[in-house]
Design a protein around this ligand. Structure first.
Ligand SMILES: [Zn+2]
Length: 170
């Protein structure tokens, strides 16, 4: 049986990592803009990504589309200020700094701030990317974040072992 608490935690983390593109569950917010994709190069979240990562996600997006999977980018590059805001909000959500750090990195260590990570969205996109991402050099990094990908394959196209969560990046 699926652990409901873990599922709820994942959902909260998804909202944290994707505040701009996440649908508003209460329906009270203004209409959301079109979901961002890796091809929206005018948006700073995409424009400031490592160009190699951006190309890899674009290629994966196109490949997924040929299989009927729509892949969006819920979070790409983040400013240090926005990363700090996410961390502060997570402390409020999880109660302690240590708990928050399991989901949100500090600005100086965030791979999003470095332009080296993307969070993807879209129905089935996580699973598609976990299966097919390595073909494009893209790996899931954290066991508790199936939507977070970085360029991390080795010379044989394999991905490194999953880290438990974002706190474990030493
Ligand atoms: Zn991420």
């Amino acid at each position: 049986m699926r652990n409901l608490a873990a599922t709820a935690t994942l959902a909260v983390a998804a909202v944290l990592s994707a505040p701009a593109a996440q649908a508003d569950p209460t329906g009270t917010a203004a209409p959301q803009p079109q979901p961002l994709t890796a091809y929206d190069v005018h948006d700073p979240a995409i424009a400031n990504l490592d160009p190699v990562l951006r190309s890899a996600v674009q290629n994966a997006t196109s490949a997924a589309a040929t299989e009927g999977v729509t892949m969006t980018v819920t979070s790409g590059w983040r400013s240090p200020e926005f990363q700090q805001q996410l961390l502060d909000e997570a402390v409020g959500t999880y109660g302690t700094y240590e708990a928050a750090r399991r989901y949100v990195q500090t600005p100086d260590r965030s791979r999003h701030v470095a332009g080296a990570a993307v969070d993807i969205g879209g129905p089935g996109a996580d699973q598609w990317m976990i299966t097919n991402g390595p073909r494009f050099g893209l790996c899931q990094i954290y066991a508790n974040e199936p939507w977070h990908f970085e360029l991390s394959t080795d010379m044989f196209g394999g991905c490194p072992p999953l880290l438990p969560d974002a706190a474990d990046t030493h």
